[in-house]
Design a protein around this ligand. Structure first.
Ligand code: PLP
Length: 393
């Protein structure tokens, strides 16, 4: 047989599978590993999708998605992002945020082009960069910088092949939110160096405390070089519905529409009607989720920082805490596997988010308060035993 595509064969599978496979065979676990809300979509969303099916709204739609959905998105997103997008030409509905990311990269990148990628990162970014034949330029996001870009380091990573900067705020896995001052400097740098930007804002609705959210696309000179990626997955607890959003300049969106035609034609039609109902309905579920996550976030930060051997920067957004486990002397994978086997808590090793995540674990705090408390108690007991063992040498 002839060789399969070198580009695709070179892409690594998820390194965290091993742990999840182990967890599958165990019971009495508390899971802090979930990357999605613990809620399901509100009843009015499901009702709208069911109604679409019953009324026969089950045919192909235009590639960019039904116009009423794009019109509703234009209004909602202007409020959220403070940028206006034309529903006819600058908005596209995609199969989840991941497809939105892929289409954005695909229309910008040629093989050999470089992409600035802050690390630790959402692993799909790396896979997609590689699927485009492009090259990641990893820029470490350090704990002492609150896991935000250091603009000097960013500048030093730019070469003449660099075409695109990837931003993810609020971040998966660190929970950091890029502050206004840094974002303005990054915008300046992108204009000066003529870079495109993809800003992944799928966690925008989960922001805590005094933290303010800014979209880089709202700064002067940025809309024309930026694609905003958003999604219904996290905001409306619709992960399995597969509905994402692209907001960008017409020149880019029109190219993405061509790929959509060739690859999936359109997003599942009942899903689009559900998404429209989500935008038109009450935001009560979003408020309830945010309140619950904020409560868990405070609990996690306080508890973890009071445990000898562990520490974490207070997350400002999303629903993840990135916990420093370096004092234990274990690698992040060793730590996660021992915590699973001995403490019966599932977490994700930081190394699953690139080398820069080594020495950390990711906790997702979407569970109920009771489970969060239970999981934290188990981590405390595990840490006590681990630190005693370490001191015994
Ligand atoms: C940072 C980030 N971006 C995008 C996505 C994509 O989500 P979806 O494709 O479900 O919209 C995720 C999902 O976990 C994520 O964590």
């Amino acid at each position: 047989m002839k060789e399969l595509s070198k580009t695709i064969s070179a892409i690594q599978g998820s390194s965290i599978r091993k742990m999840f496979n182990m967890a599958q065979q165990m019971d009495d676990l508390v899971s802090f590993a979930l990357g999605e809300p613990g809620y399901t979509a509100a009843a009015h969303i499901s009702a709208a999708a069911i109604q679409a099916i019953q009324e026969g709204n089950t045919h192909y739609t235009v590639n960019a998605g039904i116009l009423p959905l794009r019109e509703a998105l234009s209004q909602k997103m202007e409020l959220k992002k403070r940028v206006n997008y034309d529903p006819e030409t600058e908005i596209m509905v995609t199969s989840g945020g991941v497809e939105a990311l892929y289409l954005s990269m695909k229309v910008m990148l040629d093989p050999g082009d470089e992409v600035l990628l802050g690390a630790p990162y959402f692993p799909n970014y790396l896979g997609q960069i590689q699927m485009c034949g492009a090259v990641p330029r990893i820029v470490p996001l350090l704990e002492e910088d609150g896991f935000q870009y250091n603009v000097r380091r960013l500048r030093e990573s730019i070469t003449e092949r660099t075409k695109l900067l990837l931003l993810n705020s609020p971040s998966n896995p660190t929970g950091s939110v890029t502050g206004e001052a840094i974002l303005k400097e990054i915008a300046q740098l992108c204009i000066e160096q003529d870079l495109y930007v993809i800003t992944d804002e799928v966690y925008q609705d989960f922001i805590y405390g005094d933290t303010k959210y800014y979209s880089i696309a709202s700064y002067p000179g940025m809309k024309e070089r930026t694609v905003i990626v958003d999604s219904f997955s996290k905001t409306y607890a619709m992960t399995g519905w597969r509905c994402g959003i692209v907001l960008g300049p017409q020149a880019l969106v029109s190219q993405m529409v061509k790929i959509q035609e060739n690859v999936v034609s359109c997003v599942n039609t009942p899903t689009q009607y559900g998404a429209l109902a989500a935008l038109e309905g009450s935001d009560e579920t979003i408020r309830a989720m945010t309140e619950q996550y904020d409560c868990n976030r405070q609990l996690v930060t306080q508890e973890i920082n009071s445990m000898p051997g562990l520490s974490c920067v207070a997350p400002q957004g999303a629903f993840y805490a990135f916990i420093n486990v370096k004092q234990t002397g274990l690698t992040s994978e060793e730590f996660a596997i021992r915590l699973l086997k001995e403490g019966r808590v599932v977490v994700v090793p930081g190394s699953g988010f690139g080398e820069a995540g080594e020495g950390y674990i990711r906790i997702s705090y979407v569970s109920s308060k009771e489970d969060t408390v239970k999981g934290l108690e188990r981590i405390r007991a595990f840490m006590k035993q681990l630190m005693e063992e370490k001191h015994r040498g």
